[in-house]
Design a protein around this ligand. Sequence first.
Ligand code: ZN
Length: 182
Amino acid sequence: MNDADYARAGAAATPTSILIAPAPVLRQKARPVQPEDMSALKAALPGMFSAMYAAPGIGLAAPQVGVSQRYVIVDVGEEEERQPMVLINPEVIQESQVLSPYEEGCLSLPNQYAEVIRPDAVKVRWRSVDGELCEREVDGLLGRCIQHEIDHLDGVLFVDHLSTLRRNMIMRRLAKEQKLKR
Ligand code: ZN
């Protein structure tokens, strides 16, 4: 099965529940995926794709579904033209000097958005589900999304890139909205 097969399997899978901040696992540094983790990882993928597409979102990291391991899924494609990717043990190995702002949101911080400044392009290295070592330079929305998802593996949320004042404001607003929902 390739990335697209897992994404397609997501259509029939029950969406995994996505944890909302301040869930403690979102603040943990996730551990690297080991070969013995692969069968459970593959079994988890359809539910993760299902949850990401249902949200809808363009990226989801394992810690957001309560698994403190280093893997993420992304898809910045349109509904008619999906571009699913599974990145295992991803790392940024090079960053552009040029930085750019972009409005980010996060499925673990529903309804909260802020402009975040990050490198415009990054070179990323990861393992595919087949164990193949991949390397690619990514920019635009995909580059942005992958950087955001890799942050999750280090317990970092997009609000951590903002001023303390702005971060506290967003976290308070989120807590208030979540309380009203209950
Ligand atoms: Zn996120």
